[in-house]
Design a protein around this ligand. Structure first.
Ligand SMILES: NC(=O)c1ccc[n+]([C@@H]2O[C@H](COP(=O)([O-])OP(=O)(O)OC[C@H]3O[C@@H](n4cnc5c(N)ncnc54)[C@H](O)[C@@H]3O)[C@@H](O)[C@H]2O)c1
Length: 255
């Protein structure tokens, strides 16, 4: 590899949830490293703020924004159209929490929304990106899982279920498509300082989870630390890594 080159020069990378937190940091890092980024987010004002940042510091890349709900098929189609004839990388980052609701208190709307945004959207974006990736015989997909994909004591039941499923989706995609040149991996963050909304909507969950969280959660990470891991997995630096669920959690998974 020529280490004088930007890792993502000539690449087109679709990033969901690019308006805030981990997605925002990942989009910035990709732009700094030369990518053309298709940034997708529900909130147009956040995408506008990202576009405003694309000044000299991020000048080596190129930004296109798509405002829409990732769980709606039309948004996927818009992102693919914006990408044009190639998608070299896909970072499925958009996600929402679940109010820490345990099963007995779980309402249908929370369950359906959390699974739609955290899981079904990831499947649809992946399905769409695999078309151009298979034609090129090369591609990299990185999904954002969570510590809640590995344990039950980090979130409510809908979120925990969705992130366990993200791990299965990641491994299955890696199994089927690594032989065709497409790698698929996930990062599993611990606590990260972002705008994700995570109020407790259950008293029992607060009682049950509180002591575990206080005893086990390491310090809160910065979004740039996640972006570093996500871009590594996207890049050719990770050319022999596929099907991995990489904890990026300050050691929480080891507890
Ligand atoms: N922050 C943490 O502690 C933490 C820990 C583990 C995993 N994660 C995961 O990291 C990912 C990113 O979260 P974050 O913490 O950066 O949150 P964030 O809220 O700061 O950023 C998420 C972005 O996704 C967008 N988004 C949400 N729903 C959307 C939808 N339906 N369509 C389009 N865009 C949508 C939001 O507008 C927001 O800009 C999520 O998948 C989350 O589950 C976060």
């Amino acid at each position: 590899m020529d280490l004088t080159q930007h890792r993502f020069s000539g690449w087109t990378v679709v990033v969901t949830g690019a308006g805030s937190g981990i997605g925002h940091a990942t989009a910035r890092r990709l732009l700094m490293e030369g990518a053309r980024v298709v940034a997708v987010d529900l909130l147009p004002e956040r995408l506008a703020a990202l576009a405003d940042e694309v000044g000299d510091a991020l000048a080596s890349g190129d930004l296109v924004t798509v405002a829409g709900d990732v769980s709606v098929e039309a948004t996927v189609a818009q992102a693919v159209e914006a990408a044009g004839d190639r998608i070299d990388g896909l970072a499925n980052i958009a996600g929402i929490m679940d109010g820490f609701l345990p099963a007995a208190e779980l309402d249908d709307a929370t369950w359906e929304r959390v699974l739609a945004v955290n899981l079904t959207a990831m499947m649809r974006f992946t399905r769409a990106a695999l078309g151009p990736m298979l034609r090129a015989g090369k591609g990299a997909i990185v999904n954002v899982s969570s510590e809640a994909g590995m344990r039950a004591s980090a979130a409510g039941t809908a979120y925990t279920t969705s992130k366990h499923a993200v791990n299965g989706f990641t491994r299955s995609t890696a199994f089927f498509y690594t032989p065709k040149g497409i790698r698929c991996n996930a990062v599993a963050p611990g606590a990260v300082a972002t705008n994700i909304e995570a109020p407790f909507r259950s008293e029992w969950a607060q009682q049950r989870l509180g002591p575990f969280m206080q005893a086990t959660i390491p310090g809160v990470a910065q979004p740039d630390q996640l972006a570093a891991a996500i871009t590594w997995l996207l890049s050719d630096d990770a050319s022999d890594v596929s099907g991995a669920i990489l904890p990026v959690d300050g050691g929480w998974a080891a507890v």
